[in-house]
Ligand binder design. Sequence first.
Ligand SMILES: N[C@@H](CCC(=O)N[C@@H](CS)C(=O)NCC(=O)O)C(=O)O
Length: 215
Amino acid sequence: MTLTALEEIGEPFETRLIAFMAGEHRRPAYLAVNPSGKVPALDTGSGVVTQNGSILLYLARTRPDAGLLPLTGEPLQESAIVSALFRFSSDLHPLVTRFVLPGMMLCSNDAAPQVREKAEELLLQQLHPIDAQLDAQPWVLGGNWSILDSYLAWIWFRITGAGFDHGIFPAIATHYERAGERPSARAALAHEKRAMAELVRRGLSFTPPRLKTEN
Ligand SMILES: N[C@@H](CCC(=O)N[C@@H](CS)C(=O)NCC(=O)O)C(=O)O
């Protein structure tokens, strides 16, 4: 979603690939950028911004013309936006990592299938109310697109790409198609695909363990 936000802004930027399977996020070079070892981090030229929610707020505030978030300065209205950001970055994002890369969590490889199954159960719980909401309105915040739609689309792209059943939540699946039609989303996907191709070329792609429900 950071890539989509940068594409929406439309100014040139550079990306650097951090290969988890090679442990690059734990190496000194990356820890000097983000000591928590989490991706993404945005180097603004005047300082590094970390945490997805913070990066998206930073970009929305510094480039209000890009229309990333409808920030009005009204505390209650803004708290609803920040709440949705935290919901995606704190509640859902860690489940995505556990579902897609369960072996990266602090467990033996033998425990990876159980980590993934628990993550699937919690994803089902968390996504259920979002699917109901999107049945009643086209975008996460109501009638207009925001960068939160890109965050949700990223979550869906990652988990369905790793075997999550996309038939369970039809409204989120339709929202994903709609969100993917934006030129910024297509450009961000092209970045992702180039990164995946690079990982495959380096022998660092990852196949998640199968769920009981997968054939
Ligand atoms: N709360 C962080 C979570 C980011 C996060 O978990 N990113 C994943 C990649 S999608 C990561 O860096 N995983 C490495 C790890 O958890 O060690 C944020 O919103 O930026």
